[in-house]
Write a protein that binds this ligand. Structure first.
Ligand SMILES: Nc1ncnc2c1ncn2[C@@H]1O[C@H](COP(=O)(O)OP(=O)(O)OP(=O)(O)O)[C@@H](O)[C@H]1O
Ligand SMILES: [Mg+2]
Length: 258
């Protein structure tokens, strides 16, 4: 079930490099939050701390709190593997297992969790593919390799794979940047559907996309190279795009719109 996320005084490091400074923000359940900002300001880094993917990088550290419905995902008794199930992630480039069948791609996580019953797995595959708006296109070739789908279909397959394990939150890092405009619109429509059930955070470089899909927008910025990235402001998307509080946000947004 969709849950809320709260970041409190989060600082993120790669070894001695302080990549992101003092981020506090809240993501309500059943909503879409967009992260925008210039390259290198730390959007992907913040996203990866939200499901403990950051710490797999040697030397990487996080301080502060990331609360999922009030529980710190960095708590002593918390299993990072369970965190990554509850908080799923979709990456910039679709990354299905190319030789694995479409069906098995979708249920791979469920199988890892120990589900063996063929009928349940078939049901999960169908439900997830329907949820990702891909069922009709693939229902007659479920046993064909995932790598044989188009880029946009592969990305929806990855979304199906992410939702198959019934996460509480879906993180997406530029999920449309490798896709054509039609596939991009299909993913944007899908995000609109998915937010009825999930809490979604999406990183995007596309301002129009942020404006189209998100309820609130967070603008991150970098004062200078080598300085940590910072959250400049977070507010309702309409407000950020029409009347941001900070000058830096306005400059960034108007720069992009010409
Ligand atoms: N694995 C890593 N090791 C060391 N430094 C890293 C690593 N990944 C990112 N960084 C650094 O952390 C800072 C933030 O990077 P990040 O990838 O989060 O930016 P971003 O906002 O997602 O940029 P982009 O829009 O280009 O994707 C950058 O200075 C980057 O060089
Ligand atoms: Mg990035």
């Amino acid at each position: 079930m969709a849950k809320r996320l709260d970041l409190k005084d989060v600082d993120i490091f790669y070894g001695t490099f302080h990549a992101v400074q003092n981020v506090s923000l809240s993501v309500p359940p059943r909503s879409v939050t967009a992260f925008i900002g210039p390259s290198g300001c730390g959007k992907s880094t913040v996203l990866r701390t939200l499901n403990r993917m950051h710490e797999v990088i040697p030397g990487a550290k996080v301080s502060g709190q990331v609360l999922l419905d009030g529980e710190d995902i960095y708590g002593d008794s918390v299993d990072p593997v369970e965190v990554r199930r509850t908080i799923g992630m979709v990456f910039q480039r679709p990354n299905p297992f190319p030789t694995m069948s479409i069906r098995d791609n979708v249920v791979a996580g469920k199988k890892l969790q120990g589900e063996k019953n063929k009928k349940s797995l078939d049901e999960i595959a169908e439900r997830s593919l329907r949820g990702a708006n891909l069922w009709n296109e693939v229902k007659d070739r479920l046993n064909k390799p995932g790598g044989g789908l188009s880029g946009g279909q592969q990305q929806r397959l990855c979304i199906a794979r992410a939702i198959a394990v019934q996460p509480d939150v879906l993180l997406m890092d530029e999920p449309c940047s490798a896709l054509d405009p039609i596939s991009t619109l299909a993913i944007e429509d899908l995000i609109g559907e998915l937010k009825k059930d999930y809490t979604i955070v999406i990183v995007t470089h596309n301002m129009q996309q942020a404006a189209r899909v998100s309820d609130q927008t967070a603008f991150f910025n970098l004062r200078a190279t080598g300085e940590p990235g910072q959250l400049v402001e977070i507010d309702d998307t309409d407000k950020i795009f029409s009347n941001p509080t900070q000058r830096a946000t306005e400059d960034y947004i108007s720069g992009r719109f010409g």
